[in-house]
Design a protein around this ligand. Structure first.
Ligand SMILES: [Zn+2]
Length: 256
């Protein structure tokens, strides 16, 4: 049986039977992978276990697996942990943002459809979420993810009449149904609209225009949760409308 190797991040795990796990991994060269890790929790008499006691969400490691396209689940045969992100696990906000990034990726990336650039961005983002830059780092990743998979909403003009966005006018809203902004004149056609601060929208435009160098973090403005919360809120609405499903993590990420 041919074995494949890839650098992977763990996006989802379900404990299966007493000893196994069903995993969704994001492979740098393979896109989404669904695997079974048989015996992940089984220990030898010496106390060793096959996959270091099982994988955890957001773990980064090198996976070896058998890939048979006619089979639903690949089989994980080896896992060497590179980074368990311990610093992230002691910061609840960082952990929730990381898990939300994982949830979005698990829903937006297809199986066996590689996105190496996005993988690198996610790895970099998870590594920075425990720092004081967590708000801007998560927002920038979210925008990059939407852009890469083609789900970036229209933030440059009114989605109904096409009027260009300007922060001279404070009356802009976001409509998930329209997948973008609505101007003051078009508010009546978007009953689901959520008003958004024009200054925040300008800042999102500025982040989207930042040059992306490979391997380097973009130079982001410092943001507080007070600023990112309304944006994370409208993007969560946008995703829930686009995917026609309720997301799990926004309730932990957004202020009530
Ligand atoms: Zn309009």
């Amino acid at each position: 049986m041919a074995l494949t190797r890839d650098r992977c991040l763990c996006l989802r795990k379900v404990e299966y039977s007493e000893t196994s796990q069903i995993l969704t991994l994001f492979g740098r060269e393979h896109g989404l992978l669904r695997l079974i890790a048989k015996g992940a929790h089984r220990r030898t008499k010496a106390g060793a276990s096959k996959f270091d006691g099982g994988l955890d969400l957001l773990d980064l490691g090198d996976a070896v697996f058998s890939l048979r396209l006619e089979k639903d689940l690949a089989t994980l045969t080896e896992w060497s942990l590179r980074d368990g992100h311990l610093e992230l696990r002691s910061n609840l906000r960082a952990l929730y943002l990381g898990q939300y990034a994982a949830e979005l990726c698990s829903l937006l990336i297809e199986e066996h459809d590689p996105h190496p650039h996005l993988f690198d961005r996610l790895e970099q983002t998870i590594g920075e979420l425990h720092t004081h830059r967590q708000e801007e780092v998560f927002l920038a990743f979210q925008l990059d993810l939407f852009r890469e998979v083609g789900y970036l909403p229209n933030l440059a003009a009114c989605a109904n009449c096409g009027a260009a966005f300007t922060d001279q006018d404070p009356h802009w809203s976001f409509s998930a149904y329209r997948s973008g902004l609505v101007c003051r004149n078009c508010q009546s056609i978007a009953p689901d609209r959520i008003p958004l601060d024009a200054g925040l929208l300008s800042m999102v435009g500025a982040i989207l225009r930042l040059p992306r160098q490979n391997g380097a973090s973009p130079r982001l403005p410092r943001l507080t949760r007070h600023q990112t919360d309304p944006l994370n809120h409208v993007f969560a609405e946008h995703m829930q409308h686009t995917l026609a499903r309720k997301l799990h993590l926004p309730r932990f990420v957004l202020e009530r």
